[in-house]
Design a protein around this ligand. Structure first.
Ligand SMILES: Cc1cc2nc3c(=O)[nH]c(=O)nc-3n(C[C@H](O)[C@H](O)[C@H](O)COP(=O)(O)OP(=O)(O)OC[C@H]3O[C@@H](n4cnc5c(N)ncnc54)[C@H](O)[C@@H]3O)c2cc1C
Length: 413
């Protein structure tokens, strides 16, 4: 049987443990010490490191990485099933070794890195001995990579990088920056002279690269190969965001249902009103549709092990994500009345999350273009004057096939 939507019992057991572990151990940490899981402060590490160790002991650390890289090699489909739990809790991805932007950076280091690059940066990243950031977007152009200007000049045994990037998430706390230049992708240790972080306290950093010199072996992949690497990098990043978005959708949906069953209006429960029922039905259907698209895409990534072959599917997920995220969260927020729009509930932040998902890693419009172009490759123009579905044309072709019978029948009339 090729189509099977069930989860192996052994893995389901792991997922059940994950759900309980997140509720009892990670959520309290997030509520009282947000950011502890990322911190290098010894007191914060004393709280978060034992949790990371428990995850490692269960064999769930960096679950998406292949066995030859030290992960369990479970692949993207199982990562999706895990992420649709982890995505509910701020620090769960980092406690499981599957947090952005490190996962995408690990994937490209694994795919394009030399043995020496893996030894220096990939393995320490996997163990969270170091953190990374991905520095691609520039102030003058984000959606269109043809507008990027950051460039590397070869000078003897070194590359000299000049340019300006912004929205480099976690750039200020990263040990290495993966910098997209017009002529290659480079690994730049953050402490390298010339790396100027313009806005230290924020999460998404504006960075100038002023004559930043890195040794020749800091080039990732081939010279001129940055665009191909970027597609791999962003393909992984996009689908991982979608997996975590399922968790947020379920979270909003659970809140919506709880509210509908708890709140009294006009002599009955909110859940008894048909317009509430419509919101619940629409939300459940949209979440299930989105989840199936995400899981199928994860399955395709595991099958092909080549992001280029699933570009259309990932782009489709990316387009669907902000809409379903917005619509479900908005309905849940609305059913909570004034409390819903206050900062005592998480809906406002979730709504902003939906808007971010429509922009980060490329805006919706650009992904719609990708879907349409890829889909159109499987279709062709008609040779004739009329569309190929033109009924009279098709009927006369069909009549030719049955000419003998048609004549006999006409003769009998
Ligand atoms: C929270 C967050 C985190 C991010 N993290 C990172 C990171 O770690 N590293 C990094 O390098 N970047 C990061 N980014 C940047 C992100 O990838 C860019 O914002 C994104 O690519 C869009 O670029 P832009 O913001 O310059 O928008 P623009 O390119 O200016 O686009 C603005 C709008 O123009 C329209 N538009 C653009 N192109 C087209 C088109 N072809 N057809 C139709 N309409 C179009 C769309 O409506 C789009 O929303 C992050 C962004 C956010 C919001």
């Amino acid at each position: 049987m090729a189509w099977d939507f069930s989860t192996e019992p052994e893995f389901q057991e792991q997922l059940d443990w994950v759900g309980e572990f997140c509720r009892t151990e990670i959520e309290p940490l997030d509520l009282v010490f947000p950011g502890a899981a990322y911190s290098r402060d010894p007191k914060a590490k004393a709280l978060a490191d034992p949790l990371k160790q428990q995850v490692k002991d269960r064999g769930l650390w960096a679950l998406f990485l292949d066995r030859d890289l030290g992960g369990p090699g479970f692949g993207q489909l199982k990562l999706a099933l895990l992420n649709e739990i982890l995505g509910r809790y701020d620090s769960a991805p980092v406690i499981f070794g599957t947090a952005a932007p490190d996962t995408g950076n690990m994937e490209i280091l694994a795919a394009y890195g030399t043995e020496e690059q893996k030894r220096r940066w990939l393995y320490p990243l996997m163990n969270q001995e170091i953190f990374s950031a991905y520095s691609m977007t520039e102030p003058q152009g984000g959606s269109d990579p043809n507008l990027f200007k950051t460039h590397a000049e070869r000078d003897g045994d070194e590359w000299v990088i000049n340019g300006e990037k912004w929205f480099t998430s976690a750039g200020a706390r990263a040990d290495i920056l993966i910098v997209m230049c017009t002529n290659g992708m480079f690994i730049v240790p953050r402490e390298t002279p010339g790396v100027e972080i313009m806005d230290y306290p924020v999460l998404h950093n504006h960075i100038r690269y002023n004559n930043v010199r890195v040794p020749a072996d800091h080039l990732l992949g081939k010279p001129g190969g940055a665009f191909v690497i970027a597609q791999t990098r962003l393909g992984g990043g996009r689908i991982h965001h979608a997996m975590r978005t399922i968790a947020q959708l379920r979270r909003a949906f659970d809140m919506m249902c709880e509210r509908a069953l708890s709140r009294d209006v006009r002599g009955g429960k909110l859940a008894n009103l048909q317009m509430t029922q419509e919101k619940i039905a629409d939300s459940w259907i949209e979440i299930e549709q989105f989840r199936l698209l995400v899981l199928r895409t994860a399955w395709l990534i595991d099958k092909y092990k080549d992001y280029k072959k699933v570009r259309k599917d990932i782009a489709a997920v990316k387009v669907a994500m902000p809409k379903v995220y917005h619509d479900v969260v908005y309905r849940a927020m609305h059913l909570h009345g004034s409390l819903g729009v206050s900062n005592e509930m998480p809906f406002a932040a979730m709504l902003m999350g939906a808007a971010v998902m429509g922009i980060a890693d490329g805006p919706t419009e650009v992904h719609k273009i990708t879907v349409a172009r890829q889909v159109l490759r499987d279709h062709k123009a008609t040779d004739g004057l009329f569309p190929s579905a033109h009924i009279p044309t098709r009927r006369s072709a069909a009549r030719e096939r049955f000419a003998d019978l048609v004549e006999a029948e006409v003769g009998n009339l």
